[in-house]
Every structure is written in structure tokens, then in C-alpha cells.
Ligand binder design. Structure first.
Ligand code: ATP
Ligand code: MG
Length: 769
């Protein structure tokens, strides 16, 4: 019975098993969604441990998110038991980076107890530097520079590596100086930022071969999940750890340089190397020629799921793996274990519209008695979308006794979450938001709410403290302390204290004037409470306080999303009578606990859903401009569109049994109601795997209503017929559209919501509708 495979190998298919058992040398598993890549990684760890190839502490296992790291630890724990506790090097790039840096901090001029700056600290520091240079910080905002720094660090560039053009882009050529000054300042503060958690170790490894050698000895096995989303810095870090230099090449590592920067949004076509990397590669392959020194690195990934290009990820890292690691074993997995044939078929057909991909075949034997097609549902607006999805969830829960934990709502933009959260609170449906704060807990939303609270409740000290110096008005800690003392000694609220204090000599003129302005504004806005419509007043407050402008001036990747959230916040007030009743509602929503043990629906962005799986997945907001997102199209062109399509692929392939897509015909974008156009991705779904649902006024979303064969909607040529789209836009979408029975948005009776052929009759199937 000696030949019987150990338990952890049982059930793996031949390719998976090869990936697990090929422990020596470089291995790349390049395979589509749900084919067991992550499972291969965890089983591989179990195998390495069970066969005594390494101690738990000799394995380096890297994932992308904290959630993924926890998940991996759990899965390994199930296979190997307590040994997993002895794996200090299982974690995210950042968590492992910080651990390495603490051990060698002095080599980059830090002490091992260095602090890690958060974004606010970082911005404050940059601002000081900009002022010290006598630059106009309105023209050259600190946030803009923080964003550039981030991009440089993602590319693995230190101050002296920044290309000339890049350095010129900020403050007439001061970019490089500022970067260097910033690093010097960090050093004097015994601090580093997030990017440094990788950049410092890279510098240490390059400058101190003895330290690097120590890690080479330590890390017998290296494993990386989601390899397609590594950025240049992560890539360089990994390569330094994975390379075993021969004696004659020992200088090569120090010379390993970041690939040439500035090919943003451009990928080489499948399998073909980018010219920019050609010279660098010859340098690299020399490094790893020594076959006596095996590099036991295993990376798994899927080029079709590369969704962090906007953050500096470079999908070519995965495409050139076998060039980086000569002699690499490349394993492909083709069997999907996660999803039904309809879901896999729909996703595969969609992603085939991308030109920039390796292409792969996938099949599944996963059988499901229901075997539902991918559903496409239409709604009137986002409120109806949320209501219908809420009811669908309740149906699954009550009628079919599904767990809420098995369901997820995956949105393209975080502002979309608000409608769902509000709706679920009203329904009493448990939900949790993954990978980020809930809508009303987001920084910008809390700031805005704090302004409103100050206006409505002038005794709200916490709210006042939050906004008094946001945006920055030169009201530093010292001023705030004086204000506190004043308020406490007289037992009055901070706002009242501020009102009195600005009439005294206790503050210096500059802070006094700044504070006077805040108080005067708050009083003035409060005076408008009765006479101005609350939504307008709210907008006015955010404008006049400079809060909106602060984010408009911000060039970080998050800023546009924050502005969207602010708009969504104002929009969400419309349903309430006054600012006060709205704030009361928010307080109630915020009060609902996010309990990890609770059975709850997950709400998250598509980006946060990478690697996860659910029985049922809801995909709302499939409309042009939202998904694909306008920004991606404007900034990224074709490659931007392809990244959006990969995101759609990630979304659909999270589903095991049920994927339910939604689009609405009216959405409020940038504060204006707009008739929307269904996403082009809907046209790219194959007819055979999709069912277009007919809605019914009385049973929102059409569950249980008769179904309409969606054939007409998914003509192959539909998207090639621009007239069709124009007709859609002109019609505000749908026949039977705008009704107004009881505010439901639908006129009575059954109306065919999706009538692609309506209007101009440009579609061949118009008659069939
Ligand atoms: P993604 O690309 O989405 O990250 P993945 O390739 O990492 O997907 P896994 O999450 O590892 O895929 O696996 C998908 C699902 O299939 C999981 O539920 C996993 O347990 C299951 N699975 C994988 N391999 C097998 C197998 N050989 N037998 C049964 N189930 C399997
Ligand atoms: Mg995975």
C-alpha cells in the first residue's frame, strides 16, 4: 500500500498533481479562473512539509490581500494542522516586507522600531517639503506628488532612477529633488511609507549580498498567488529572493534594474516580449544559468485576471516567466471545478473578445440540478435594482434555504454600494462590506457628514474636530488644544468656544482668522437650513468649505472615486425631508454591526473579489460609462477596455451556480439623471448561456414571471450596429419604460423591459420583440 497517495493529493487531477509534486526548480501554473491554482499552492505547501523538504519557517508564500492571506492560512491549516502556525513568511507582500525591513532597518538608516506613515502623515510631510522649496502648493499640490511617488515606487524607482521626463513633470523639474528630500526626511523621522516596505529590502539585497544570501538559504521554497498582478517593485523583490547567483555572476544581482518605466497601459501581445525589456533580459538570464543551484519558485496566475494595471501591475511578468527562469516547468490547468457550464461558457466567450491574451480552453464537469443560465435583468434605476436584488436574495434564502454567506454583490464602483446598504438596512437583511469600509464609513463621506452635523447640531464636538482643519486651514494641534481648554473651562461646546475665542487675543492672527471663517460659515449655513432645499444646502456646504475642491485638486487614484461618493451621498439625501432626518437615518445604518460570524450577504468591488467564490453572484450596474468605466476608457483606450473586460471575467467566474447581471435604464451620474446604455459586455455574452429575464411590476425583477427568450438581445452583430445604441439612448432604453405607479417606476401589468429592437428599428429582430 506504499503507493497509495497521501490524503492531500487525493482528488487532484494529473496536472494539478504535477504542479504540486514538481517541487524543485521554477514552476509556473498559468490557468483560467477556478481551475485550482490556489488549491495547488496550498497543497504544495502541505506536500513540502509532509515530505520533510523544508520546515514551515523555510517557506515564503505571498498573496495579495489580507483576506487572501488569511484564506490561504486556513486552507493550509486544514491540510497540515498546527504546523501552519510556524509559518511566519506566509502573508502579503507588505506584511512580509515589513518583517524583513525590521530585521535590517539599520542598513537603510532606520531603527528597527520605525513607524509606517499613513496617507495623511505622508501628505502633511510632502506639503512641508513643498513649502520649504517655496513652491506654490496650490499649483503643485502635495497629493499630486504623493501619487507620483506611489507610481515611482511601484515601478521600483528610487530618486536617482527617475527618468528625466518624469522628474520634470512636477514643479518644473523639482520632482527628483523632492523625492530625495522626502526620503531624507523620512529617515530623520525614523519612518517609511508603504512603498518603502519593498524598496528598502530591494536596496538592502542589492547592496549586501551577505544579507541576501541569508534569505537564499532561509527560503527553500517560494510560492506566489495571483502572479499576474505583481508590479515591478514586487517583481524585483521576488527575483532577488529567487535568484541564486553563481560566483562569476555575483555582481549581476546588484545590477538588476527596473524595467524601463513609462509604458503605461501598453502590453506586449501574448507571449511576445516588450522591446524595452530585451537588454535587461539578457542580463538576467545570465544570472540564473547555474543549474546546480535550483530555484524552487512556484507562481500561479491567470493573464485574463490581470486587473491592477492602473496600479502599476505588469502582466508581462507572468508572460515572460519562462524567460526569467530558464528551464521553468509551465503547467496549464484546463478543468474548472468552480462553476457550471453556463457560467464558464458565458465568461469564456466574453473574455475571448480581448485581443491581448494568451487564450486558453476551459471545461467543467460541474453539474447542478438547476443548471441556470447567466441571467440578465433590467431595472428602472438603482433603487429598483437594489430592491429587486434584495428580494431575489430573500427568495433564495427563504424559498430555497440558501445561506446569505453564499451570496455576494460585486460592484464596479464603490458608490454603488450605498443603495444596497440602505435597502438592506430597511429590509433587515444582514450584509457585510469586504475589502473596504461601508459607504457611510468612508473617509470622505464621514468628513461630509461631519460638516452637516456641525450645521444641524452645533454642539457636536466630535464632528467639529473632524472638519475644523479639513481641508487644511493652518489650524494646528496647538490651536485645537487652546480651543479645547477654552471650551472645557467654560463648559460650552467647541463651536461656541470657537465663536468666542476669535473675539479675544488668545490666538495668533492667522489661526484666529482661519477659525473665524469656519465659525462664520457654519453659522451662515445653519441660517439657511429652513430656507434652502437640504440637498442644495449640502452641496453648497461642501463647495464653500473647500472640501470638494480639496479632492478635485487631488491626483491620487482614489480621488475620483471619492468625488463620486460625495455625489452619491447628496443624491441619497433626496429621499429624506431634511438634513436632520437624513442624519438620523445614517446614524441608524451605522449602528448595524458587521459581525464576522453572522450569516450575511457580502458586498464588495470586483477588484476585491479576486480569488473568492460564491454560490450566487449578483453583478449590478452593467451600463456603459459605469462598466466599462468611462475613466478606464478615457485614460486607457483599448487596453483600458480590455482591463475592464477582464474585470467582467473575474466577476462572472466568482459564481459557482448562479450569476445574475443587472443593468438599469436611468442612473444618476455626476449629479444628473442620465438615460443609460446597456454595457457592451452584455452583447458579448453568448446567447446559449444567457437568459434575459422579463420583469414584472408585481414581482420586481421577474422572479417567477414567465421568461422571455433573450435571443433577440444578443445578436452577434448587435454591437456593430451603432444605430441600435443611439435608438436605445433616445428611447431612454425600453418600451413600456417610464411609468409611475406608486413610484415603482413601472406602469402596471407586464411590460417587456428589454426591448432592444424598439425605436429606430435598426435591429433585424425588431419585429420579433
Ligand atoms: P481563481 O483564478 O479564481 O483564483 P483558482 O484557479 O485559484 O481560481 P481555486 O480557488 O483553487 O481556483 O479552486 C476553485 C474551486 O475548485 C475551489 O472550490 C476548489 O476547492 C475547487 N477545486 C480545485 N481543484 C479541485 C479538485 N481537484 N477537485 C475538487 N475540487 C477542486
Ligand atoms: Mg485563486
Amino acid at each position: 500500500r506504499g503507493s497509495r497517495a497521501p490524503d492531500y493529493l487525493a482528488g487532484l487531477n494529473a496536472e494539478q498533481r504535477a504542479a504540486v509534486e514538481t517541487t524543485e526548480g521554477p514552476v509556473l501554473v498559468l490557468a483560467g479562473a477556478g481551475t485550482g491554482k490556489t488549491r495547488v499552492l496550498t497543497t504544495r505547501i502541505a506536500h513540502i512539509l509532509a515530505t520533510g523538504r523544508a520546515w514551515p519557517s523555510q517557506i515564503l508564500a505571498v498573496t495579495f490581500t489580507n483576506k487572501a492571506a488569511r484564506e490561504m492560512k486556513n486552507r493550509v491549516g486544514l491540510l497540515v494542522g498546527e504546523q501552519v502556525e510556524g509559518m511566519p513568511w506566509l502573508g502579503t507582500f507588505h506584511s512580509i516586507g515589513v518583517k524583513i525591513l525590521r530585521r535590517h532597518a539599520e542598513l537603510v538608516g532606520l531603527k528597527s522600531n520605525f513607524t509606517i506613515l499613513d496617507t495623511d502623515d505622508q501628505i502633511r510631510l510632502i506639503k512641508q517639503l513643498i513649502q520649504a522649496e517655496n513652491l506654490d502648493d496650490k499649483r503643485w499640490p502635495a497629493r499630486g506628488f504623493a501619487q507620483m511617488l506611489d507610481a515611482w515606487k511601484n515601478k521600483g524607482l528610487t530618486a536617482k532612477d527617475i527618468p528625466e521626463g518624469d522628474a520634470r513633470a512636477f514643479a518644473n523639474g523639482k520632482g527628483r529633488e523632492l523625492y530625495a528630500a522626502y526620503q531624507a526626511r523620512l529617515k530623520s523621522l525614523n519612518a517609511c511609507d508603504f512603498g518603502d516596505l519593498l524598496l528598502h529590502p530591494i536596496a538592502i539585497f542589492r547592496a549586501h549580498p551577505d544579507v541576501l544570501a541569508e534569505y537564499h538559504k532561509r527560503f527553500r521554497y517560494i510560492l506566489v498567488d495571483e502572479y499576474q498582478d505583481t508590479n515591478v517593485a514586487q517583481y524585483l523583490w521576488l527575483r532577488l529572493l529567487a535568484q541564486r547567483p553563481t560566483r562569476r555572476d555575483s555582481t549581476a544581482i546588484a545590477e538588476t534594474r527596473a524595467p524601463a518605466a513609462g509604458r503605461k497601459g501598453e502590453r506586449p501581445s501574448a507571449g511576445e516580449a516588450a522591446p524595452a525589456q530585451a537588454s535587461e533580459r539578457s542580463e538576467r538570464s545570465a544570472v540564473s544559468e547555474d543549474q546546480r543551484q535550483q530555484i524552487n519558485i512556484c507562481c500561479v496566475g491567470d493573464d485574463d485576471q490581470s486587473i491592477y494595471g492602473w496600479r502599476g501591475a505588469e502582466v508581462d511578468n507572468i508572460l515572460r516567466f519562462d524567460k526569467d527562469f530558464p528551464g521553468a516547468t509551465v503547467i496549464r490547468l484546463e478543468r474548472n471545478y468552480r462553476s457550471t457550464a453556463h457560467i464558464l461558457g458565458a465568461a469564456s466567450h466574453l473574455i475571448a473578445h480581448n485581443e491581448d491574451r494568451l487564450g486558453k480552453t476551459l471545461f467543467t464537469d460541474f453539474s447542478d440540478p438547476e443548471h441556470q443560465k447567466v441571467e440578465v435583468n433590467a431595472g428602472w434605476d438603482s433603487e429598483e435594482e437594489a430592491r429587486a436584488i434584495g428580494e431575489a436574495i430573500e427568495d433564495l434564502q427563504r424559498r430555497d434555504s440558501h445561506d446569505l454567506n453564499d451570496m455576494a454583490i460585486l460592484v464596479r464602483a464603490s458608490f454603488q454600494m450605498r443603495t444596497f446598504e440602505d435597502r438592506f438596512v430597511t429590509m433587515g437583511l444582514n450584509y457585510r462590506v469586504i475589502g473596504g469600509p461601508r459607504f457611510y464609513e468612508r473617509m470622505e463621506v464621514r468628513d461630509a457628514l461631519a460638516y452637516f452635523r456641525c450645521v444641524v447640531q452645533p454642539a457636536d464636538d466630535l464632528a467639529f474636530e473632524r472638519i475644523v482643519n479639513t481641508p487644511k486651514r493652518g489650524l494646528g494641534d496647538a490651536t485645537i488644544r487652546l480651543l479645547h481648554d477654552y471650551a472645557r473651562s467654560r463648559e460650552i461646546p467647541l463651536i461656541a468656544a470657537a465663536g468666542e475665542m476669535v473675539e479675544t487675543e488668545e490666538l495668533k492672527p492667522k489661526p484666529r482668522n482661519a477659525l473665524r471663517r469656519v465659525v462664520t460659515d457654519l453659522v451662515r449655513w445653519a441660517g439657511l437650513l429652513d430656507s434652502t432645499k437640504h440637498t442644495e444646502l449640502a452641496e453648497q456646504i461642501l463647495e464653500e468649505s473647500g472640501y470638494t475642491a480639496m479632492w478635485q485638486a487631488d491626483r491620487s487614484a482614489e480621488a475620483p472615486g471619492r468625488l463620486e461618493n460625495l455625489k452619491e451621498l447628496i443624491r441619497s439625501m433626496e429621499e429624506y425631508e431634511s438634513l436632520a432626518s437624513f442624519l438620523e437615518h445614517v446614524a441608524l445604518v451605522m449602528d448595524t454591526e458587521q459581525n464576522a460570524d453572522l450569516d450575511a450577504v457580502s458586498i464588495m468591488t470586483l477588484h476585491a473579489a479576486k480569488g473568492l467564490e460564491f454560490e450566487t453572484v449578483f453583478l449590478p450596474g452593467w451600463e456603459e460609462g459605469l462598466f466599462p468605466h468611462q475613466r478606464a476608457l478615457d485614460e486607457g483606450g483599448r487596453s483600458g477596455l480590455e482591463e475592464e473586460r477582464r474585470l467582467a471575467y473575474v466577476g462572472i467566474t466568482r459564481a459557482k451556480r448562479r450569476a445574475k447581471i443587472w443593468f438599469v435604464s436611468n442612473r444618476r451620474i455626476h449629479g444628473l439623471w442620465q438615460s443609460t446604455i446597456p454595457s457592451r459586455f452584455l452583447d458579448e455574452l453568448p446567447e446559449a448561456h444567457v437568459e434575459v429575464m422579463e420583469a414584472n411590476t408585481n414581482t420586481y425583477g421577474g422572479y417567477g414571471a414567465s421568461r422571455w427568450d433573450g435571443a433577440a438581445a444578443f445578436q452577434e452583430n448587435a454591437y456593430q450596429t451603432p444605430g441600435w445604441r443611439r435608438a436605445q439612448a433616445a428611447n431612454a432604453g425600453f418600451a413600456g419604460g417610464k411609468g409611475s405607479s406608486g413610484g415603482d417606476g413601472w406602469s402596471g401589468g407586464r411590460t417587456r423591459q428589454i426591448d432592444y429592437g424598439g425605436g429606430a428599428g435598426s435591429n433585424a429582430r425588431a419585429g420579433a420583440a
